[in-house]
Design a protein around this ligand. Structure first.
Ligand code: CAA
Length: 297
């Protein structure tokens, strides 16, 4: 397998294109929004520069990897020679179903269709195609060039051969694949999101402040980020949407999103991407500053 198409040039799509290109695959990076493609190439170059300055990639390897990426604003054109498509579009079910219907029509026969979805059912996505045995979840973690895990999700109809191929491919990227079955939140988010929700509940109930909650989990459990900082990093809207998938999917009260999370999303406080969540973010600054809203509480 050599030709990979990545659909969606946002943060995850960029990262996925980056790691495939770095491992020598030919990558067609597609996005219907042409300026987004330009921005994506700049981000990918910047992330390679970071690796060059750290000495983990040479300038020559960077140039080679960048030459492996071609951009397309026409999805049909981008999938013409694809052996694997990895869809990393916005996490919206209607959009994903539309993309998979289109991919099923236009991608070559036998091409594997993977989704980087963090919470949408692979079985549901596969059901809109005529090749459900070739549909699989390939859930990368952010930041993709750094995080070792690929959560591989077998839909109800995914064939063992396809699953084995995607496992082998993930290893070629230097990643560690873990295979799970298709149930709400898969494994990563079925376990991560209740922890984040519990951290938000602890703040909401006044048991501890933002700094204490995050420091306890960082220093006490050796997590690189505390759960509130991580929620900001992931996006509070994304956390809320995944919790709702768990809540509705299992019908269990234990997944009910904390009312504080719901309020924050309603107020447009989405974390890093909106400039404020549990912390405030200033472009260019790495300092972690607790949001005014949560100071002295
Ligand atoms: N591309 C390439 N390299 C990158 C990078 C990127 N986008 N971002 C960071 N790096 C590299 C840096 O160059 C640095 O490399 P070295 O170790 O060789 O020096 C390393 O990563 C650490 O980066 P920084 O020094 O800038 O910052 P840090 O030490 O604070 O680490 C972090 C940043 C890697 C993001 C770390 O805080 C971390 O691991 N956080 C947790 C991330 C996490 O949990 N991700 C999963 C989120 S859940 C998800 O994605 C799935 C979902 O469905 C919600």
């Amino acid at each position: 397998m050599n030709n990979i198409t990545v659909i969606g040039a946002g943060t995850m799509g960029n990262g996925i294109a980056h790691v495939f290109a770095q491992s020598g695959f030919k990558v067609a990076l597609a996005d219907v929004n042409a300026p987004q493609l330009e921005k994506a190439l700049q981000t990918i170059t910047k992330n390679f520069d970071r690796q060059v300055s750290k000495g983990s990639v040479t300038e020559e390897q960077k140039q080679q990897a960048l030459s492996n990426i071609q951009t397309y604003s026409d999805v049909n054109e981008a999938v013409k020679n694809a052996e694997l498509v990895v869809e990393a579009a916005t996490e919206n079910i209607d959009l994903k179903l539309k993309i998979f219907r289109q991919l099923d029509e236009t991608a070559p026969k036998g091409c594997i269709l993977a989704s980087n979805t963090s919470s949408i059912s692979i079985t549901r996505i596969a059901a809109v195609t005529k090749r459900p045995e070739l549909v699989i979840g390939m859930h990368f973690m952010n930041p993709v060039p750094v995080m070792k895990l690929v959560e591989i999700i077998n839909g109800y109809s995914t064939s063992t051969a396809v699953s084995d191929q995607v496992i082998a491919l993930s290893r070629k990227l230097g990643k560690v694949p873990c295979v799970v079955n298709d149930y709400p939140g898969f494994i990563a988010n079925k376990i991560l999101m209740p922890m984040i929700n519990e951290a938000i509940y602890s703040l909401y109930e006044g048991i501890a402040d933002v700094e204490a909650i995050d420091t306890i989990m960082k220093l006490g459990m050796a997590h690189p980020m505390g759960p509130l900082q991580l929620a900001d990093f992931i996006g509070l809207d994304v956390c809320l949407s995944i919790l709702n998938v768990l809540y509705e999917g299992f019908g269990n009260q234990k997944y009910a999103p904390c009312p504080l999370l719901v309020n924050m999303v309603t107020a447009g406080k989405l974390g890093v991407k909106s400039g404020e969540g549990f912390y405030t973010y200033t472009a260019g600054s790495k300092e972690l500053v607790v949001s005014e809203r949560f100071k002295n509480r």
